[in-house]
Design a protein around this ligand. Structure first.
Ligand SMILES: Nc1ncnc2c1ncn2[C@@H]1O[C@H](COP(=O)(O)OP(=O)(O)OP(=O)(O)O)[C@@H](O)[C@H]1O
Ligand SMILES: [Mg+2]
Length: 218
């Protein structure tokens, strides 16, 4: 479970201050597939980055699996990210000098874990024939599937996806969404997906709408 309590994040100071996340309260239960929608600049990415401890909240708490993760120091935060959270981004964010296989295995190396599910993950994502390719030799859809495999390799309970289909054509976007839905249903992963696409939001179990840093419907 992810529980956000009175979460706030402001960028800048005085007249230029922007309340990117403004007193947000939200609970995402285990195994939910939640879409976050809202206009550009409404605070979606900021919110996701706070949940994933990629950014620090100014006020409020995030409770995750009974831990108040907002109180973690940097070491504990990176440990938590590595073991409990998988990230998928709009522009894939693969390392260009590493092969698909090396990109996928990087988090397990950093966590000093055995990638026991490597074969299963890469097969289920249809990547078996592409593992020795570099990102520049892969299509957008393939790169995003590599990014999903990387996000899954340490078997996190939570996947945070920031517009995972935003840079893909409709067909590849739907395929990526099929895979995320499958991981939610079969492996009970808790998944939060930021999207601008109403069809992607439709396929989630719940939609949360944000406007000006506040939740306007959940
Ligand atoms: N590092 C930063 N420094 C200053 N302001 C920021 C920073 N990051 C975000 N903001 C501001 O915070 C607000 C929320 O930004 P955020 O990126 O969370 O929006 P978003 O909903 O993800 O938008 P988009 O749909 O365009 O990705 C915006 O007004 C943005 O300009
Ligand atoms: Mg964003």
């Amino acid at each position: 479970m992810i529980k956000l309590e009175n979460l706030c994040k402001t960028y800048g100071k005085d007249e230029s201050a922007v309340a990117a996340v403004n007193n947000v309260n939200l609970t995402v239960n285990d195994g939910e597939l939640v879409a976050i929608i809202g206009k550009s600049g409404s605070g979606k990415t900021t919110l996701l980055n706070l949940i994933g401890l990629l950014d620090k909240a100014d006020e409020g708490k995030i409770i995750c699996n009974d831990n108040e993760i907002t109180s973690f120091d940097d070491n504990k935060a990176s440990d938590f990210r590595l073991n409990h959270i998988g990230f998928v981004f709009q522009f894939f964010d693969l390392l260009p000098e590493l092969t698909a296989a090396e990109n996928i295995l990087l988090p397990s190396r950093l966590a000093k874990k055995k990638a026991e599910n490597y074969k299963e993950i890469t097969e289920s994502l249809g990547l078996s024939e592409r593992l020795n390719h570099y990102p520049s030799q892969l299509s957008g859809g393939q790169q995003q599937r590599v990014a999903i495999a990387r996000a899954m390799i340490n078997d996190p309970e939570i996947l945070l996806c920031d517009e995972p289909t935003g840079n893909l054509d409709e067909k590849s976007g739907n395929e990526v969404m099929d895979l995320l839905v499958k991981m939610n249903r079969k492996q009970h992963k808790t998944i939060v997906i930021i999207t601008h696409n109403p069809e992607i939001a439709e396929r989630c179990s719940r939609t949360v709408e944000i406007s000006d840093g506040k939740i306007i419907s959940a």
